[in-house]
Ligand binder design. Sequence first.
Ligand code: FAD
Length: 589
Amino acid sequence: KQGAARVLYWFRTDLRLHDSPALQAALDLKPAALFPVWCWDPNYVYKHRVGINRFRFLLESMQVLSDQITNTQANSQLLVVRGEPTELLPELWKRWKITHLVIEKDPSAYGRRRDALIKEAAAKSKVEIVAVQGHHLYDPEDVVKRNKGKPTMAISTLQKIVADIGDVPKPLDAPKDLPLPQPEGSKTAKLPDLLSELAKSLEGLPHYTGKGREGPADVDLNSATLGGQRDGELTCYDTLNGDASSLFSVPTLASLGMDASKVRDTIKGGEVEALKKLGNICKDAEYVATFAKPKTSPGQDASDPSTTLLSPYLKFGCLSVRKLWWDAEEAKKKYKGGSKTAPPENLNGQLLFRDMYACAEHAIGDAFNQVRGNSVCRYMDWYLPTVYDKDGQAIMPRPPGDEVSEARLSAYKMGQTGFPWIDALMRQLRLEGWMHHLGRHSVAAFLTRGQCWISWERGAEIFDEYLIDWDPCSNPGNWMWLSCSAFFTQYFRLYGLATFPAKYDKTGALVRKYCPELSKFPDKYIYEPFNAPIEVQKKAGCIVGRDYPFPMLDEKETKTENMQRIKACYQLGLFGDSKEVLEGKAEAV
Ligand code: FAD
């Protein structure tokens, strides 16, 4: 039976209808009207250098969600609105007579800050907020409380805590029906008429004049990048033409002023694709039952990945992590040999790592993303190349004498280091927005403690720009792990730039694909073309130093030097929140 509730359901980290405990909570209110809203949050474009591939995946996922809503309720769709949520949502709930705002909890530091402002505004308008956890296996807030406010710095710590909480909740079905997004007093039940009424109700708001407009829109995309090169001042032109359907429709890359022709859409967005992929993975009971992360190969690309490649779908919530957990459990039962692997190596174990980083970030807050002020991050005297703001002004100039690391960082980002394994991985990242976990190990160790001795913060920024699956907890968390700044301390364990990939693929398929200039080298030299005799280089049609760069550093020399440095840093025993670090007086080693 319908009640009096009028619900604004705000989609953020949950672009799906299946197993959405927050959406279920909205439906449990038996609302008279339900407004499914996506609100462009300027954080997507201002605070992060979101690359085109992540935008593409997001827009595809929004479009699929909108279609799914329409499939469930023919006269509804995702209502895409444009504007700063803390300003726009209060207007919406006033104009649409909203009684409840329902959201999936976003436990990241930024999400919590934004939602605290929203809560304040809601309290003033007497709008009730219902926030439900669904983005992780367990609620990070609950886990951190049980850990007495401390971050979970080891998987065993998390495992112990969640053993007390109990099983991961079982997934819920997608709703069979959704209430209409109907303005109060409206008599119409047809989508075009509803959209017109909604459009009318927004008249007078910036971007919703109803007359259409020209010129730069609210979303300034000057940070969007194409193929690794900053594309100048890409300004977003709002193509809203004033008609009601375009006012609320999902934008396209073109309508946002982005040219996607240079990125590969290897990984398609959306809930439908996510469920199809999950179904195929779990059909192969042996794959799931024998999944052991260290044995998966980083040499296989996204068209035939050795891991699930579900991370982009989990990031945007196109796939419920709880459904992945339980479907994997069911698949393992079907394997006649029984489950062969256990956490943390197996598939479910990977999901626990995701929760571990979310809970660690929840306890530390904003400082988790940097060294300074971060109580769990060891201080190392990394090179810290210049940080530029969006106008090209240096925010934090580099220390004197650090030109070399500046040049190394940019060669690294562009996949021009002269080490084919690193270059192939970085080009794959820029082009397709994804990289296998052990590939991420290789490039992260190389940039930091392995060879370049550049701060993990700069590497994490590059990942933030290009990864589709970029996550505010898993990204800094894993960078700290790989640089031995936190979570992991075995700094003597490194990845050979030729020996490590050769363990998985002696033929260098990944290099041949992403560094086509090297594709004709014989297997023997594919990871070390600089060691090939000139005759071999000529025959391969690629002269090192002319057609492909010389290695930008000496692998062995840097390895030995950095091993000494990291040892000394460990002895120094400073952390990001040490007085010396906060006062900028930490000793160089
Ligand atoms: P699978 O092996 O199939 O694992 C299934 C799921 O488990 C993944 O989709 C992911 O959600 C989770 N998972 C697996 N490994 C990890 C891990 N080590 N940490 C956290 N979650 C994990 N993952 C992100 O989702 N976002 C990031 O921004 C991110 N940045 C990383 C940065 C570095 C330097 C490194 C080394 C790893 C990073 N990872 C990140 C973790 C991991 O590499 C990816 O989650 C994984 O490669 C995604 O591919 P998959 O879906 O095939 O993984």
